[in-house]
Structures are given as C-alpha cells and as structure tokens.
Write a protein that binds this ligand. Structure first.
Ligand code: PLP
Length: 381
C-alpha cells in the first residue's frame, strides 16, 4: 500500500510513514507499520513469484520498484510419515532455506533496503548472528549501497565468507549479537549509515509477514492450528501474528478459520523468551552467557520481547527449549524424512514439536506447520 503511519507498539506515539525511522522517540519500543487505506481484496495479489506478489499490502510507494532478488515463494512440504511418527494429524515444513543467501532474512532485508534506498540513506549497517549480515550484503549490493556488518567471530565460516563475497565490510566482534549491536549503533551514529537491526526499523517485520500471507495462500486460505517458530529476535513470529490479524480483518481468510497458536522454539543454552513466557511476564530479561550452535537463536535480549510475548498470549501459544544434542539429532531427522537440507534452527523447531506432543501440550489432532529457517549448508565447515 502506498501510504502508511508508524505507530509505537507500546505507547500512543504515532508518526508519518515514509521517513527515516528507528524506534519510538517517546519510549524506545519498536514502531509498527499501520496502513492508511482499507485492506484490499485478494484480487490485488500480483501475478509474480516472489514476496512482492503481496505488494498491495506491503510498504511500497505507488509505481515504485522494490529491491528484490526473488525472495519468498518458498515450498511448503507435507510430511505425513513424520506426522504419524510424532503423533499429530498433519505436519508441514516451510523451507525458508531456499531464499537468496539461504535464509528467511532475505524477506525482511528486501523490504528494509527498498525503503532505505527510497529515503536516500548513504549506507547500511547491521549487527548479526550471521544470516542477517549475508542478506543485507546481498540486498545492499542489489541496491548499490555500501554495507557494514558486525558479526561474532564465532559465526559459521560459510556465512562469513558469503558476507565478504557480496562485498560488505565485515567487522568481527568478540562476544554475541548484543555486543555487535553496540558497535553497529556507534558506527551508524558516527557515519550516518542506516541501522537495520532487528526491530530498530519497522520494515523488516513487514517483509517477514509475507511468510504468513504465503502459507495461508498455500493452504487455500486456511491456517494450521500451530506454528512452531525457531525464535531469535522474533521478527517472523511478530510479523506473522500481525498479518494474520490484518488478513482476518481484511476478509482474506475463510470465515471459520481460527488463528494459529504461535509456538516459540529456542535452545536450552539461550532461551530468554521461554523463561519469560513460563513466568507469565510481559517482557524478558537478558540471558546470561548465551550459547547454542543454532546461531540464529543466539539472541540473549531481543528488543521485540514484549511483542513476542503478546503474540504468544493472544494466540494461546506456547514456548519450549531443547538441548544441543536434540537439535543435532532432529536436524538430521528432519533432513532425512523430507529431503530438505535443514538448518539447526529447523531441527530445534522439530525437537520442540516432539517435546510438546509428548507432554500433551500439543494435541494429537493438531495440524502443525514448522519453519526450517535456513540451510544446513551454511553450518557445514
Ligand atoms: C535469524 C534467524 C532465526 C531467528 O529469526 P527471528 O525472526 O529473528 O526470530 C532463525 N533461524 C535462522 C536460520 C536465522 O537466520
């Protein structure tokens, strides 16, 4: 849609849409896009095979061309044998590892870089656990904008190699993504580069919400009963929960469709959202000494904690974590029953599903969709 406002997710601040924006100037919480015009009918879906198929409900000016590399339009695989093994009625995996630079970070960066370019920023910077940096390097190259990336030195080497190959200026950081964030913000303040950190700008969520549009369309405008989402910063979970509400209010879903229960999957070594959910809290406290080989999940203090928890409570969702050994075993299990080259984050989602079914927290008649968010190839080194 061509015009929008940015509303604070926590207070009543609201500002004009198409300006350089970060977090709420009043309270520091994330801003969310609210469109000015009425939600269009499904006829507005464009006949193209990337996420800009849904341009009519994304932040794109009239006549504007997005910065795109063919992100989205990823396959949804039905896995009846694995569903029987786990003990649910239906199980799908959505394979986000097939996106440009091999993760769903492509969706968010396509939207964020499209806006940043339109607003004339001199360059782009991001702190990353890996895949966000690779995606930004690619979309920055496509937009002909310089990119700087701050990543932990422990980031899987194939991802670091991709960031360098795409021409970004890579800075290795001792510590985790939170430490990278401090350096990235200092650089952005000094050089005027636009900081596209998770939820420090409002457009990556809009890109990632296309996962919700796409899975609904792939399921004939119905929805699964449960979505298992390997959660780091939570952008995709927040984006999907936002768009499910938009689609329901806009009449895109069958009238009897119930919105899915959103389920956070994390690793035992970094599970701030699981801990906060179990405590019934409205925000999370940072996880001490975060550690997991599923690097996309190594986010000790997500800025979107309140929005993640709100989606869990509103949807009647759940949250659980599993061990490194379970993540390893279920990554191989997912790959070997599906042919999808699963990332550890996808294995984590399967491990959490298995756990919740065994604990009767997901019922036997559930129709479950789990996300494989990256590619196994990025972690083989
Ligand atoms: C970033 C990332 C995640 C976490 O995504 P969020 O939307 O930030 O929670 C999960 N898996 C992979 C492979 C990632 O790169």
């Amino acid at each position: 849609m061509s015009t929008w406002h940015l509303d604070c997710s926590a207070c009543d601040h609201s500002q004009a849409g198409d300006t350089i924006a970060s977090t709420c100037p009043a309270c520091g919480q994330p801003l969310l896009v609210r469109y000015d015009s009425a939600w269009p009918s499904r006829d507005a879906i464009r006949p193209r095979w990337d996420m800009w198929r849904y341009a009519a409900v994304l932040p794109l000016r009239e006549g504007e061309q997005p910065t795109t590399l063919g992100e989205g339009a990823t396959p949804l695989h039905d896995l009846p044998a694995l569903a029987r093994e786990i003990g649910v009625a239906r199980l799908w995996v959505k394979d986000e590892g097939l996106n440009p630079t091999a993760s769903f970070k492509a969706r968010g960066m396509s939207a964020a870089v499209t806006r940043a370019k339109a607003l004339g920023v001199p360059g782009l910077v991001v702190p990353t656990a890996g895949n966000a940096g690779a995606a930004l390097a690619a979309y920055g190259a496509a937009a002909r904008l310089p990119v700087r990336v701050y990543a932990p030195a422990t980031t899987p080497s194939p991802i670091l190699a991709t960031i360098r190959a795409l021409g970004a200026d890579l800075q290795l950081v001792e510590g985790h993504i939170g430490d990278a964030g401090k350096q990235s913000r200092a650089f952005a303040a000094a050089e005027g580069y636009f900081d596209v950190s998770t939820l420090r700008e409002p457009y990556r969520i809009e890109g990632k919400k296309t996962m919700g549009l796409e899975l609904a369309e792939q399921l004939g405008w119905s929805l699964p009963t449960h979505i298992i989402y390997p959660t780091g910063g939570g952008t995709g979970l927040i984006g999907m929960w936002k768009v499910f509400g938009e689609m329901r209010d806009g009449g895109w879903l069958a009238p009897d469709v119930r919105l899915p229960r959103m389920v956070v999957a994390q690793a035992d070594g970094c599970a701030p959202m699981v801990r906060a959910f179990q405590a019934g809290a409205d925000h999370a406290t940072p996880w001490e000494n975060p550690s997991t080989h599923a690097s996309g999940l190594r986010v000790p203090g997500p800025l979107g904690d309140r929005l993640i928890l709100r989606a869990l409570y509103e949807s009647g969702g759940d949250a659980a974590s599993v061990s490194e050994a379970t993540i390893r075993a279920d990554t191989l299990r997912l790959s070997r029953v599906s042919g999808v080259d699963a990332a550890p984050e996808g294995g984590c989602a399967l491990g959490v599903l298995d756990l919740l079914v065994r604990q009767d927290r997901i019922p036997r008649d559930a129709q479950v969709l789990l996300f494989n968010t990256g590619s196994g190839a990025s972690y083989r080194f």
